[in-house]
Design a protein around this ligand. Structure first.
Ligand code: FAD
Length: 287
């Protein structure tokens, strides 16, 4: 299908983009890589009258170190994340998860900002950002504010973004040296969204889990932090009984939709398996 008609705007600064979005009101939407928005427009599930293209704003690009955080500009593409040596060495789970998004064509255009701002429970980056304790910088007519990824998602396609606001960067604390990590994603075929996925970041001490954070993708209308599952893992050597307990704790908070990826019980069951596998693999790579 062909999208409905719209006006195209290409601001050169964040301030201009915010002004345009504020002036044009609810009928205007930011355009990043377009790989979620344009398919929605083709299906007429989104019918914005104005697209405010963020590609002309140099300040939204790039990855830089800020103290103990990596700050990733909203218009940084998944491909650029994959090409970053800093990302690969300091937070390899981000590299691993980016590689599991769609295919090279989508990753060349799709941005981190679009991925996390979209509010699609199927997107991989939101649960990962919650697991890593990331925060999002938002700029709008009222100024600048930082919102924790864990507080950003309110429902499917509902986020903390206020009218006129854009997400300008994602700030991710660099995990401890020697941490273990894994992103386990079950999908029907290469390029598909997750049937269920789990992110684990942990540290080990004396053969036992010292710290642990677990995020879940596409098993609820929002990404989830599996707090009780992480608690079940901490202080253990991740024996079979603990893995079962952690998987069950994660399944208890899942409420996936029944869709072409499977019925509710199946998606919860495989979600639990993703948690157990991610815990095991993360522990195995921790130093
Ligand atoms: P856009 O499509 O341009 O925008 C998405 C939404 O976010 C829009 O509502 C837009 O207004 C808003 N937005 C964009 N940038 C900002 C900003 N800076 N501030 C505020 N609002 C903003 N994603 C996955 O995570 N996993 C997958 O497995 C996966 N598979 C895919 C398979 C296919 C075939 C396709 C086409 C896409 C797939 N995607 C997947 C989605 C892809 O990663 C998108 O690129 C991403 O979700 C959105 O990023 P974008 O830059 O394309 O944003």
């Amino acid at each position: 299908m062909i999208p409905g008609s719209f006006s195209y705007h290409r601001p050169a600064s964040v301030a201009d983009a915010v002004k345009l979005l504020s002036d044009l009101g609810e009928d205007a939407r930011p355009l990043a890589g377009g790989h979620s928005l344009v398919p929605m427009m083709k299906l007429r599930l989104a019918t914005p009258a104005h697209l405010v293209d963020l590609h002309g704003i140099a300040a939204l690009k790039g990855i830089r170190r800020d103290g103990s955080n990596l700050v990733i500009g909203a218009m940084t593409t998944q491909h650029e994340l994959l090409a970053s040596g800093d990302v690969a060495t300091t937070m390899p789970i981000l590299h691993e998860a980016a590689l599991l998004i769609a295919d090279p064509q989508v990753r060349y255009r799709g941005t981190i900002g679009g991925n996390v701002a979209n509010g699609d429970p199927g997107n991989d980056m939101p649960a990962l950002m919650m697991t890593l304790g990331a925060s999002y910088r938002l700029e709008g007519p009222g100024g600048t504010r930082d919102v924790a990824a864990a507080d950003f998602y309110q429902g499917a396609y509902f986020t903390a973004l206020e009218p006129g606001e854009i997400l300008t960067s994602v700030s991710v604390p660099v995990p401890a040296a020697g941490h273990g990590y894994a992103y386990e994603k079950l999908k029907r075929k290469v390029g598909d969204y997750a049937t269920a996925a789990a992110a684990v970041v942990l540290t080990m001490s004396g053969g036992k889990v010292a710290t642990c954070s677990i995020g879940l993708t596409n098993v609820h209308e929002t990404p989830l932090l599996a707090v009780d599952a992480a608690k079940a893992a901490i202080g253990t050597s991740l024996d079979a009984a603990t893995l079962k307990k952690a998987a069950a704790a994660a399944e208890a908070i899942m409420a996936p939709a029944a869709d072409a990826r499977g019925p509710v019980e199946y998606r919860k069951h495989v979600g639990g398996i993703m948690v157990a596998r991610a815990l095991q693999r993360a522990a195995a790579v921790a130093k």
